[in-house]
Design a protein around this ligand. Structure first.
Ligand code: ATP
Length: 239
């Protein structure tokens, strides 16, 4: 079966001053799939995510969630519509407890019973967060703060989760663990756009992938085809 498109990016262009970082790209996220966006440092991956989540205003183009145009909405409206970004570099509130950080993720929701269920689910995905729930987020390790940032985004009950470099700066064992958890989150049916410099791992778990170079999409294919593509092998996977 061919899943429906849930989020479309059309001719998206984003500039910093007169530097055009993203130069008219197209992305299609299929409902329930992991889509990987890979590329070198400075290719424009983070810029793309920031434009989708409304934190940067694009020069042109559109972001559509189903029929809804998100392009000119304020960031909190985009979160409310169901598109939620987990920031690169964690960005947890270090002077609040782990449990308070997670509660903040759900602040726009009214459905108390489901919030409690989702909290339990987040704690089962990340048992360390349950053990440390009353401790300050600032006392967590870098990897644990990354888990908390993902957990907090999940508490918003997203329809589309945007993940910016979840494996960045993690020890190798933790990198494996994060990719396993991203797959587990996806198995609940959640659509994920995964930005990664860890190209091999990202393409392994992604149904679909895009390769971004200098602000342009240069390859788009299934994750497995990209993993075996000679250009990808040479440029990103060490031959
Ligand atoms: P990385 O993995 O290193 O974050 P990336 O693929 O996410 O790379 P971006 O961070 O989106 O790339 O950067 C795309 C381009 O825009 C780069 O040339 C970068 O130098 C430039 N850029 C990013 N942020 C700014 C900014 N705030 N001001 C000016 N130029 C920027």
């Amino acid at each position: 079966s061919n899943p429906a498109t849930i989020l479309q990016v059309r001719d998206l262009a984003v500039s910093y001053g007169h530097i055009e970082a993203v130069k008219g790209i197209e992305l299609d996220l299929k409902q329930g799939e992991i889509t990987a966006l890979v590329g070198a440092n400075g290719a424009g991956k983070s810029t793309t995510l920031l434009a989708i989540s409304g934190l940067l205003k694009p020069q042109r183009g559109q972001v559509l969630l189903g029929q809804q145009d998100l392009t000119r909405l304020a960031p909190h409206k985009i979160v409310q519509s169901g598109v939620v970004q987990v920031a690169e570099g964690r960005a947890t509130l270090t002077t609040l407890s782990v449990a308070e950080n997670l509660a903040l993720g759900a602040y726009t929701r009214q459905d108390k019973e489901n919030i409690a269920k989702d909290l339990d689910w987040v704690y089962s995905l990340f048992p360390v967060l349950r053990r440390r729930k009353d401790g300050l987020a600032g006392n967590l390790s870098g990897g644990e703060q990354q888990m908390l940032a993902i957990g907090r985004a999940l508490m918003a009950k997203p329809r589309v989760l945007l993940l910016d470099e979840p494996s960045m700066g993690l020890a190798p064992l933790l990198v494996q663990e994060i990719f396993r958890i991203v797959e587990e989150i996806n198995r609940t049916g959640l659509t994920i756009l995964l930005v990664e410099q860890n190209v091999r791992q990202a393409l392994r778990i992604a149904q679909h992938g895009y390769v971004l170079e200098n602000g342009k999409i240069v390859l788009a294919d299934s994750g497995s085809n990209l993993l075996n593509n000679p250009k990808v092998l040479e440029a990103y996977l060490g031959g």
